[in-house]
Design a protein. Structure first.
Lengths: 384, 101
């Protein structure tokens, strides 16, 4: 392991690996990435793999839109050895209350103004898109055909492989235990394999990012929260889009591999680092999903697991510099949608760290941690 | 994965992974069961690795030179074999009914 670097990135999930790649791709020679386990062993490898552009804030729409463009050509751009399983089967978002219908109308207007060609649907039209959808209590839906799915393990590996080829040193099974500082500046990182001197550290530690911030004495208003998910046996393709309900707090998509992945947000979930899965989740999930998509009754459950959402008060990520510690950079607090926006986040973080220009850098500037002290929150209304 | 020589030996029947593909990923630098299963879906199918886990560990040991005993098997999850979403949903419905009585 190197003893000195220009930038040390903490976290080998999709965010850390994509930032490493874009730093190196923009000419930074001396980047080291540290991961306590293996790639995508954290939230990235536990996620629902959904990629959507139908968001309720301008910033999330733009982050997701730019990222989706990247996913479309990622395999070629990164010259990756396998398929990233990017599928654009669309997202169907369903509304069950008048308030949700109003929110959806606002969202569609916003999305359309940004070039995301989502559309508002009646229950009948929704059923044409997903014929097995139970439309009994449904009031409306929105659909965008270019939303979809990508394989988080392969996306992460693709960025990591490409970063390595550009000279990034990746150290797996290496745990950061302290951030070294002097006079309000980062001077290095301590790990269980030794110290590395550096002037810039990027905190991309996902569900553990708050623990890393604590090591540095940097304050961030975030919590980690368990979210659960399950996968069924693979069957022949019969559901193109992700079906997502903010009312039931559920999402469900058939992957290109044929299995169905589904998850559920539950306000009773514990905070902290707990990621064991529960029988209660299995019951709630089965109950809700079979009511919404009845033919899924017949699918066998293969596996259930859990991972962490790293939540901010406004459910938008925190990007950019920590005001109290020079050289401490952050890409964290993704609040359950960090996979799908990681390509753009990485481009912006690299531009910010290297002080390059980027047409979308205003996004990062508005997502810095100072927004919480300014009271300038970017509240995302449409999350599960 | 690209450029995998054809090799008919299927190691994981559930996920259709051949010995050649497995070896290619190991050669690419994946040195643990956990990493392999996540990139190839090996041992992740309906049988939950009952048929292939041992074969994969043997391959890993052979290629990496690690003794078999030192390889950490991936976390073994109970196969929920036979349980459908519908069966669980019916269970929930029954529970709700019983509560009402
Ligand atoms: C159930 C579930 C479903 C989700 N569904 C979606 C979805 O459909 N779409 C979507 O876009 N997002 C989804 N998400 C959110 C998404 O998974 C995360 O936002 C994203 O993966 C964050 O990536 P990351 O690289 O920041 O974090 P992680 O993948 O958690 O990576 C952080 C890494 O840092 C490492 N680390 C931690 N501490 C240390 C240390 N001290 N030293 C060294 N390394 C350390 C960890 O081992 C970890 O690998 C979901 C999340 C969950 C839990």
């Amino acid at each position: 392991m190197k003893q000195q670097a220009e930038v040390v990135i903490i976290g080998g999930g999709v965010v850390g690996c994509s930032i490493a790649y874009h730093l190196a791709q923009n000419g930074m020679k001396d980047v080291v990435l540290l991961e306590r386990s293996y790639h995508a062993s954290g939230s990235t490898g536990r996620c629902g793999a959904g990629v959507r552009q139908q968001w309720g804030t301008e910033l999330n729409c733009r982050l997701a839109q730019g990222s989706c463009r990247d996913f479309e050509t990622l395999r070629e751009d990164l010259d990756y050895i396998a398929d990233i399983e990017f599928k654009q089967g669309g997202y169907l978002l369903v509304a069950y209350t008048p308030q949700q219908v109003e929110q959806f109308k606002l969202n569609v207007a916003l999305q359309n103004s940004l070039g995301i060609a989502s559309r508002f649907c009646t229950p009948r039209e929704a059923q044409e898109i997903v014929p097995h959808l139970n439309i009994e209590p449904l009031m409306a839906a929105t659909f965008y055909h270019r939303d979809g799915h990508a394989n988080p393990f392969h996306v992460t590996q693709a960025y990591a492989d490409a970063a390595k080829r550009l000279g990034v040193e990746i150290n797996l099974y290496t745990t950061v235990t302290a951030i070294l500082t002097a006079k309000g500046k980062v001077t290095g990182v301590r790990t269980d394999q030794g110290d590395i001197a550096c002037r810039v550290v990027v905190n991309a530690a996902g569900g553990q990012a708050k623990l890393i911030a604590d090591m540095a004495g940097v304050e961030i208003p975030t919590i980690s929260e368990r979210h659960q998910i399950l996968v069924t046996e693979p069957v022949d393709a019969f559901q193109g889009p992700m079906v997502m309900s903010f009312h039931h707090n559920t999402y469900c998509q058939q992957t290109p591999h044929g299995s169905f992945i589904m998850g559920l947000g539950d306000p009773r979930e514990p905070q902290g680092q707990e990621i064991r899965s529960s029988w209660q989740f299995l019951k709630d999930m089965s109950d809700k999903i079979t009511a919404m998509l009845p033919p899924l009754r017949n699918l066998r459950i293969v596996r259930q697991w859990a991972g962490l959402y790293h939540m901010t008060p406004d459910k938008s990520p925190i990007l950019g510099s920590a005001p109290e510690l020079e050289g401490f950079e952050m890409a964290l607090g993704f609040s359950g949608h960090g996979f799908m926006i990681s390509p753009m986040v990485a481009r912006l973080m690299a531009a910010h760290i290297l002080t390059l220009t980027h047409p979308d850098l205003d996004i990062l500037q508005r997502l810095t941690v100072e927004r919480f002290t300014r009271g300038d929150l970017i509240i995302e209304p449409s999350v599960v | 994965m690209d450029n995998v020589p054809p090799d008919d030996t299927i190691i994981c029947r559930c996920s259709d992974v051949t010995r050649a593909e497995l070896r290619a990923w190991i050669a690419h630098g994946l040195t643990s069961m956990d990493e392999l299963k996540r990139l190839t879906r090996i041992t992740m199918g309906p049988c939950q690795g009952r048929t292939c886990r041992h074969l994969v560990m043997q391959e890993l040991a052979a290629v990496t030179g690690q003794p078999l005993e030192e390889l950490t098997p991936s976390s073994f999850r109970q196969p929920l074999k036979g349980i459908t979403l519908g069966a669980v949903a019916d269970w929930v419905a029954k529970e709700k009914q019983e509560k009402e009585v």
